[in-house]
Write a protein that binds this ligand. Structure first.
Ligand code: GLU
Length: 496
């Protein structure tokens, strides 16, 4: 319940699905979700899919997949699997509500608050240009606004197509509301002219559907992107025309890139799906996105969803643009990765091994050991999968800086002895102790010490003279695979 208005809290996320969820959309969804949960309210998913060409079932499923991944479950709206409505105030997809919009548009028409306008695109354009040339606001001045409904209907019967326009003429005043994020917003009504509510093809426009639905779905608060602020004037006019109480509005700040430009795809990933593919955890993304325009009163930055719910408040929403810092996101992800056990982290890597075509053939008892050896080397799951390439022979390559090491006289004998000792071993995998034992034997048999021993062995195992500690990595690679690597090195540097 909202303490001020005594209205039960009902909020919605209202995407126009055209593909995967953008981080901006994820933030809008998250704030609405947090606000609903915090206030024992309801979080509704409403689909603004009146652009039938772009808003397909497929694109809705993409948005739903991302919301589910983020764990932002909704109380009412299309079911995530069947897309069938759940909740009493549906349908929740605008494409299934066209009769509702028509009914409401005709109500305004009958009350003389809207009229049929038969101006052609060309006439509209010419008028606009003339007005601009005359230094006048380019608002439509339709000759049809004085027509009676009977006149218009006669025209329609002749087969002429008309759009329904909302009449703004009598509304001369300032529309003032208290935005939940940016405080007082003052719109003079003459900022807009008579605007279309139903197009001549009968399709309703965004501003109209949005108002009807927010009212009929009993939405108490609208938290949405700043870019919708100018729409709010039209929407307030419509609420007034219907005699409905408007919800409270809060317009969220822009999300900017590091150059303080609006975040765009050109600078890297911006959709949740991309972040998922790059190996970010949903809890890290939620946490990061939450801090793009909101802060916890404690100043803490690592916040679980539960903590965000209990500490969320609209007062802490910031109206200044929020800078999206990919380095911080990565750091945050690494903090969340740390919370997983070795076993769980290995399981999380599974899909990334697949997508990166990495064959991790490790006995079950070695998986946690491998994670232990590698987990400090990555900050995303994708990087984690790539870190495992060191265990997969198909990625074994001899890097350029091995050349110098292998030019040392002692190096080929070191690698050869290493390979021979390996083949004498009965173990499929060496333990750390067995590795150290063999290393000692190589040292004794070749007389190589220090860097002459260690660097040559690294080349034999890793294809490069630096990198991970051998005693941690060697026990994770089968004896057979180690021999193949050593042979490859010998093949390159030892002339037969
Ligand atoms: N369909 C609009 C969008 O995707 C929603 C606007 C609103 O929340 O009112 O931006």
């Amino acid at each position: 319940m909202n303490p001020l208005t005594q209205r039960p809290v009902r909020v919605r996320f209202a995407p126009s699905p055209t593909g995967y969820l953008h981080v901006g959309g994820a933030r809008t969804a998250l704030y609405n979700y947090l606000f609903a949960k915090k206030n024992n309210g309801k979080f509704i998913l409403r689909v603004e899919d009146t652009d039938l060409a772009r808003s397909t079932d497929q694109s809705l499923k993409m948005v739903i997949e991302d919301l589910k991944w983020l764990g932002l479950d909704w109380d009412e709206g299309p079911d995530s699997v069947t897309l069938n409505d759940q909740g009493d105030l549906g349908p929740y997809r605008q494409s299934q509500r066209l009769s509702v919009y028509k009914e409401h548009a005709f109500k305004l028409l009958k009350e003389d608050k809207a009229y049929y306008c038969f101006m052609t695109d060309q006439e509209l354009e010419e008028q606009r240009e003339n007005f601009l040339a005359a230094g006048r606001a380019p608002h439509v001045d339709s000759p049809y606004k004085t027509w009676t409904l009977e006149q218009a209907q006669a025209e329609l019967l002749k087969g002429r197509k008309g759009a329904l326009r909302f009449k703004t003429e009598g509304l001369k005043k300032n529309y003032i509301f208290n935005d939940l994020v940016r405080s007082r917003v003052d719109f003079p009504s003459d900022m807009v002219g008579d605007f279309v509510i139903l197009r001549s093809d009968g399709m309703p426009v965004y501003n109209f559907c949005n108002v009807i639905d927010d009212y009929l779905m009993k939405i108490s608060h609208v938290l949405r992107a700043e870019e919708h602020l100018p729409n709010t004037l039209r929407q307030l006019m419509l609420y007034e025309a219907f005699g409905w109480e408007a919800p409270e509005f809060g317009h969220l700040s822009l999300i900017l890139d590091e150059d303080r430009k609006k975040l765009s795809k050109r600078k890297g990933a911006t959709s949740c799906h991309e972040f998922k593919n790059e190996g970010y955890l949903p809890e890290a993304l939620n946490n990061f996105v939450a801090l793009l325009g909101w802060s916890d009163p404690s100043g803490e930055e690592i916040l679980s969803l539960e903590k965000m719910i209990s500490n969320f408040s609209l007062e802490r929403l910031n109206s200044a643009g929020a800078v999206f810092d990919p380095v911080k996101l990565k750091w945050m992800n690494s903090q969340y990765l740390k919370t997983y056990s070795d076993d769980d982290l290995f399981k999380l890597l599974g899909p990334y091994f697949k997508s990166e075509n990495i064959n991790v053939i490790l006995p079950a008892d070695k998986q946690a050991q491998a994670i232990k050896a590698l987990r400090t080397t990555f900050e995303t799951l994708q990087e984690g999968a790539l870190a495992f390439r060191v265990l997969d022979n198909q990625f074994f390559e001899i890097e350029f800086d091995s050349n110098e090491v292998m030019s040392w006289e002692s190096s080929p004998p070191v690698v050869l002895t290493w390979a021979q000792e390996l083949s004498h071993s009965d173990h499929e995998y060496l333990t750390e102790a067995l590795f150290l034992e063999i290393q000692e034997k190589v040292k004794n048999q070749t007389g190589a010490k220090g860097k002459f021993l260690f660097m040559a062995l690294r080349v034999a195992v890793l294809g490069k003279p630096h990198g991970l500690e051998l005693k941690l990595i060697v026990p994770l690679i089968s004896k057979q695979a180690l021999i193949l690597r050593a042979e490859k090195v010998l093949g390159k540097y030892v002339k037969s």
